[in-house]
Design a protein around this ligand. Structure first.
Ligand code: RP5
Length: 165
């Protein structure tokens, strides 16, 4: 039977519309791991698991989830649906999915009508990583240890950019 996982002390909830999004969204999870941000990952479809998505969101904020990162492809409405059910910020990752090179996913994630925003990132892997980095930046506003890890990351990234092998 379809269900979802919860992780004690998780600050970020990663949701994806299908397990087929995991190869891309694994990068989000790995990036959060690299900053020691506790998170939970679930494949829950807005249309195939509509009741379960609502049930998951009903308790997520009480459990301490500070923001959601939502990935979907095609008519990608998961992030918008999640945004409708939570007061927490929602970050959207458009998946490249099966057609139109992900332009369908990008437009259906980014084009939220006014009033219920979804902060939308690039299609595919770059967006999946950037959503995690952005989540770190948001959480670092009230977590000085995380802010220090982020500062170290930026320094290391700047150094590695200029290295030629
Ligand atoms: C969306 O449709 C999912 O987010 C996925 O990107 C896409 C294809 O899903 P599957 O048919 O592979 O389950 O709902």
């Amino acid at each position: 039977m379809a269900s979802y996982n919860t992780v004690e002390s998780a600050k970020v909830g990663i949701l994806m519309g299908s397990a087929s999004d995991w190869p891309t969204m694994k990068k989000t999870s790995e990036t959060l791991d690299s900053f020691e941000v506790v998170h939970e990952c679930n494949a829950l479809s807005a249309h195939r698991n509509a009741d379960l998505v609502r049930e998951y969101l009903a308790t997520a904020e009480e459990r301490g989830i500070e923001l959601f990162i939502c990935a979907a492809g095609g008519a990608a409405h998961l992030a918008g649906v999640v945004a409708a059910h939570t007061k927490k910020p929602v970050l959207g990752c458009p998946m490249q999915a099966w057609s139109l090179d992900g332009m369908d996913s990008l437009l259906s994630t980014v084009q939220m009508p006014k009033g219920v925003p979804v902060a939308t990132f690039a299609i595919g892997g770059a967006g999946a990583v950037n959503a995690a980095i952005f989540a770190v930046q948001m959480l670092a506003m009230s977590d000085s240890a995380l802010a220090e890890r982020f500062r170290a990351f930026r320094l290391q990234q700047a150094d590695s950019t200029t290295l030629l092998e």
